[in-house]
Design a binder for this molecule. Structure first.
Ligand code: ATP
Ligand code: MG
Length: 169
């Protein structure tokens, strides 16, 4: 089955994480691949202790994609493609994989959308695959079995509050 958590509200990655805990609790093997993240979020050691693998697919970059020089964009693209190959190589060792922030990888065109769609479509026929991020392409929404859109009603960021450890990371 294909599960999608999308929308502009907070809760996509945390919903996917909650699902991995439930799934691991049922005795199944789970892996979270984190794209565009540096692997420092507070839940990580608890997940590892619960037997949930977490693989960061972060690439050393400075700033946002649209502010990068062409050379840096190319480097990011190459390394993200290599990370995506890693996902394909180890996915069959798990009963569920989470591709966290995959939407950003697709919208920044770091991996070809068609390649991602082909992989998701094959994997979701046999196992569970969970995707998070804003602006998920319509083709993926159409293929998905579960789609939850989280809407931002309020967020303290707009009152000038900084990200809090344990809440945002
Ligand atoms: P979380 O990891 O807390 O479940 P998320 O995965 O839904 O959040 P992302 O889009 O991945 O959110 O963004 C990461 C961070 O940005 C989150 O920690 C969150 O608090 C913050 N964030 C999410 N939505 C908004 C928003 N609408 N405005 C400002 N900040 C936001
Ligand atoms: Mg997220």
């Amino acid at each position: 089955m294909l599960h999608v958590y999308t929308g502009d509200g907070k809760g996509k990655t945390t919903a996917a994480t909650g699902l991995t805990i439930r799934f691991a609790g049922s005795g199944k093997r789970v892996c979270i691949f984190q794209f565009l993240k540096d692997g420092t979020s507070s839940e990580l050691c608890i997940l590892q202790n619960a037997g949930i693998r977490v693989i960061p697919c972060q690439v050393e970059t400075k700033g946002f994609f649209w502010t990068m020089e062409d050379e840096e964009k190319e480097k990011l693209k190459k390394e993200t493609c290599r990370n995506f190959l890693k996902v394909k190589d180890c996915a069959d060792k798990f009963d569920m994989i989470v591709l966290d922030e995959l939407a950003g990888v697709i919208s920044d065109k770091l991996v070809e959308k068609e390649e991602v769609i082909r992989f998701i479509s094959e994997y979701s026929r046999k196992r569970e695959i969970v995707i998070t991020g804003r602006n998920i392409p319509q083709e993926i929404i159409d293929m998905a079995d579960y789609v939850s859109e989280i809407k931002c009603v309020k967020h303290p960021f707009y009152q000038g509050h900084m990200a809090q450890k344990g809440i945002e990371y």
